[in-house]
Design a protein around this ligand. Structure first.
Ligand SMILES: C[S@@+](CC[C@H](N)C(=O)[O-])C[C@H]1O[C@@H](n2cnc3c(N)ncnc32)[C@H](O)[C@@H]1O
Length: 210
């Protein structure tokens, strides 16, 4: 079934782009689907991932322009990232692959006024989280059906490459606590389809990383 929870939230993530062209980093870019959308929005994009297979798929898909995309094999926990250099950094279903503290590297790499957007995976913590997860089951079934029917009408779906997944998710309370500690002023919003959206805008007067 082609309904993909990460792809479903691409429009919400694109709405967070700062105005104008600029540099973007997509962490754990997988097959590059979101990186290409950033390039289509005019950004100069770098997609990094650990998977050679995913990077090969991403590279073979080309770039739609008007922006550009370059992919490279890199571990976000170790890759040197130039300070204050990106207008937008995205992590789609990739942050739970690494220690949460990795956001401090991304924080330092953001230009003042830049946006960090994390589409994350977390375990439910509060009763309202469990209720949302329950409500997601029929909504998911309906969405899958609608996407499947739409794809049939349009002559079939694009094949979706399976990126490496990790099912060891942190509790949402930990995400909220650590975001508040490491990214003061950030917001963490639980979403319907087993994801949360963490957004942090770097203040223009944020002290540069020392
Ligand atoms: C679940 S996939 C998500 C892929 C893509 N962002 C999407 O939305 O379809 C997680 C990706 O993170 C990558 N990844 C895992 N650990 C990483 C690391 N330390 N540095 C860079 N990428 C990593 C994996 O190779 C995988 O492609």
């Amino acid at each position: 079934m082609p309904f993909d929870h990460n792809h479903h939230y691409h429009p919400a993530l694109l709405r967070l782009l700062p105005p104008g062209p600029g540099r973007a980093l997509d962490v754990g870019c997988g097959d590059g689907r979101f990186a290409r959308k950033l390039a289509a929005a005019g950004m100069t994009v770098e997609g990094i991932d650990l998977s050679d297979e995913m990077l090969a798929r991403a590279a073979s898909a080309g770039s739609p322009g008007p922006g550009t995309v370059e992919y490279r094999r890199a571990d976000v926990t170790a890759e040197p990232l130039a300070p204050e250099s990106y207008a937008y950094i995205s992590c789609l279903a990739s942050l739970h692959h690494v220690p949460f503290e990795t956001v401090t590297r991304l924080r330092d790499a953001l230009a003042p006024g830049g946006v960090l957007a994390v589409l994350g995976c977390a375990r439910p913590s509060r009763p309202s989280d469990y209720a949302r997860e329950l409500a997601a089951v029929p909504a998911n079934a309906l969405a899958r059906l609608l996407v499947f029917a739409g794809d049939r009408l349009n002559g079939g779906a694009d094949p979706v490459a399976k990126a490496p997944v990790r099912m060891d998710f942190p509790p949402l309370t930990d995400v909220r606590r650590d975001s508040a500690r490491l990214l003061p002023g950030s917001t963490v919003r639980p979403l319907l389809f087993w994801r949360y959206l963490l957004v942090w805008r770097k203040p223009t007067d944020h002290p540069a990383a020392g």
